[in-house]
Design a protein around this ligand. Sequence first.
Ligand code: BT5
Length: 321
Amino acid sequence: MRAEILDFLRQNQGKYVSGEEISRELNVSRTAVWKHIRALKQDGYQIEAHTRAGYCLRGTTGRLLPEEIKAVLTTKVMGQEIYYYPQIGSTNNEAKKLAAGGCPEGTIVVAETQNTGRGRLARGWFSPYGKGIWMSVVLRPPFSPLEASKCTLMAAVAVNRVIRQVAGVYSGIKWPNDILFQGRKLVGILTEMSAEMDAINYVVIGMGINVNIEEREFPGEIAATATSLLAVSGREIDRRMFLAAILKELETAYHLVQTGGFTSILDDWRSQSITLGKNVDVIGPDHRYSGLAIDIDNEGALLVKTAQGVRKVLAGDVSIR
Ligand code: BT5
């Protein structure tokens, strides 16, 4: 009923419609109309209420509500099921629970803010309310666990394409899965997996995209290393359109990966990379070395040419010199 009332207000956008009219047209009590309007306002819809004239929809919500996302979604799989939370611990944790419970491939979890958003290695992820896209996507890729990093590379390529095309920001991919602009981080991706020896149960791709965060809002510890699309482009971005564009691009890339087209994703990754061709420091839990980043292989490992030969970096942090 809430959706129907919203539709009715939309059809009359900018005009007042009385509670009585809504109640008559949609065959619902006046009290119910009032309650639904109140809920819609709580969801951020700008509805003016006037004692005699009734209600008038002045503007849509800026939130990432499922019905708002669905209205602009053009995918067949990604985002067909949407779990939305104004506030959550971590969207990745929720997505893993849903995936373990058997949710369909393409299910997404979106939140306005995360209290315990995670990076890799138990690092935190700053996720201020309504300012970013904090989202996790559940995939069930039909390949072996050894190939799981295809999902990470594919996600980085898809998000980077959308940033370049939709936001007009010429960002690049830093191995393994950060998206940077002029050395500052715009996006972090956290891929987590549950697998048997030879098959993947599910992969959760968590994306943290800094969209409309003002430069001054970043906390001290990341103020010098993080940035947002707003800070870089000077424009606010419609998160709903952006999210829909990412899901579309991800679906196209995933289809390609499943139909034997991974090499073209890899080529895109190479051409969008800001790591390849640079001197890097590789910092692992028990090692540290430097060399020239020369390529990535089919498993997504970074190949670093050192004085001792070419070393394969599977995990860890790489900083560009
Ligand atoms: C990442 O880890 O970059 C992966 C981040 C994934 C976040 C998403 S949000 C939706 C989903 N749900 C989750 O709980 N997580 C995923 P890593 O490479 O380890 O980088 C983490 C480091 O980036 C932190 O230690 C900070 O230094 C920095 N950082 C934290 N928040 C940031 C932000 N909003 N923008 C840029 N840098 C940030």
